[in-house]
Design a protein around this ligand. Sequence first.
Ligand SMILES: [Zn+2]
Length: 556
Amino acid sequence: MSTYFLYARKSTDVEDKQVLSIDAQLSELRSLAKHDGLQIVAEFVEKQSAKMPGRPVFNDMIRRLIAGEAQGIVCWKIDRLARNPVDGGQISWLLQQSVIQHIQTHDRSFLPADNVLMMSVELGMANQYIRDLSANTKRGQREKARRGEYPGLAPLGYINNPRTKRVEVDRRKAPAIRAAFELYAENKSRFEDIAAFLYERSVRTKKINKSGSSGDKPLKKDSIKKMLTNIFYYGHFEYSGEIYKGVHTPLVSKQLFDKVQAVLELRGRQRHKPKNEPQPLCGIMRCGECGGMITGEVITKHQKNGNVHRYVYYRCTKKRGLCSQSYIREEALSVQLSDLLSLYVMPTDWPQELCRMANEDEQKAESVAMTAVQELRVKIAQLDGKMSRFVDLYSEQDIDRDTFLTRKRGLMSERKSAEEQIARLEHDATLWLQPLRDFIKDASMLEEIAKTDNLPSKKLSLQKIFGSNLSLHTREARGVALPQWASLREAQNNFDKSSPVLCIADGEGFEPSRGCNAPATLAVWYFRPLSHPSIRSRVPNLMCESEEDYMCWTSF
Ligand SMILES: [Zn+2]
């Protein structure tokens, strides 16, 4: 005797609106089975649409039918089993193969011997119904949109009235939404602030949302942005890519909406520039009291008449603990730094003279290097000659292998050193002049830089002159210059202003003119390696740290 599965299905989707409830289907089908004497071995209840393949309960039932657990299905209508060609085809095929021997609905029977067309028509109709419904729904919604009625879920501040099918103002929430637009237009609030503002006025996330998490929280930033950019609020709406003029009551004026859009754009741009963006003079000064770094920040002041002022202040970060230092305005600091820079300006006639000396030195150094290179080349030739003599001795077996190898190793080592010396001389002979040339350039540009408002250039010069020895104390910038700059300043101060003749001290540096009364105790030494004989002879006790040490500006 055949056994049956009972299958009942109803989804919450629009296509099943007119279908009997699941309970009604079950009771009808049970009494139908009893009446016809069909033995039900299992009941399958599904609460999902059949428009797409992949229903779990249906798939389970099919699997068990194929396994032979039952031979027939009892269901309300054939469209309960399938509304798509995949599932429909499977039912049809199983019936033709007699895996399913009988399908009983409330008004008819389907058997394997039946005309295949009947089953296909029924299943095809179920499928077509879904397609029509979807097309009709879309057509209906487009028509609705053309009439100015929004065919979707009402935005915040509105409700969908199920009776009139219109979107109406939510009297409880609308005032808060309007106030939120006004608040944002003032350009003082972030999205989070607007969310908090609305939260206080009971505009919150839905209590139960789709993901099942509990709501009643402040709205997310995305939701706020969506709200502030939704043209629905001034009376229009967008539906499927088109803009329609709505019949709903606007909550805000177009003017207010536009103001909000302007603020959105402004703040959107500012997001890429954080508020604490490093200011031009940051990172070069330390606090004179606590040693903390001096940082800058922008302060924007809004006046009642609508004017907006932007100030940059510099102050101690106070990250090293207690510190009583106050802040200083960028303009005031900039003036002070210019004053500091101008102390190190090189007198106009010096650069030319120094350049001339540098060129002279370069020539001298080059000829010295050339002589040295020639000597080294001779040495290499001698080493090569020695080597070939040893090879001869070894091949004549006049010396043993060990002696030969030892001598060879020694000669090759000497040759390598000489080669490297040549390379170094050819490349580096005048390299030590570069710092001097850079210094002359920096020093001669200083006057110009001190006059301008170009803060990045000022910063660069300050770093060159003071390194990390610049500090801010009681709103006053102070600095200890690096030796070459300190020397420049002293030399400059000690020149007789009435006869500013630059004398080169024994052709090696420059110092106050001997023609004037200033004692020649201050000399700014020319950049030369400390090992340079001219330096050694002048300053016998000078400590020389390395051959490459170019720092030979000194005052004594
Ligand atoms: Zn400090």
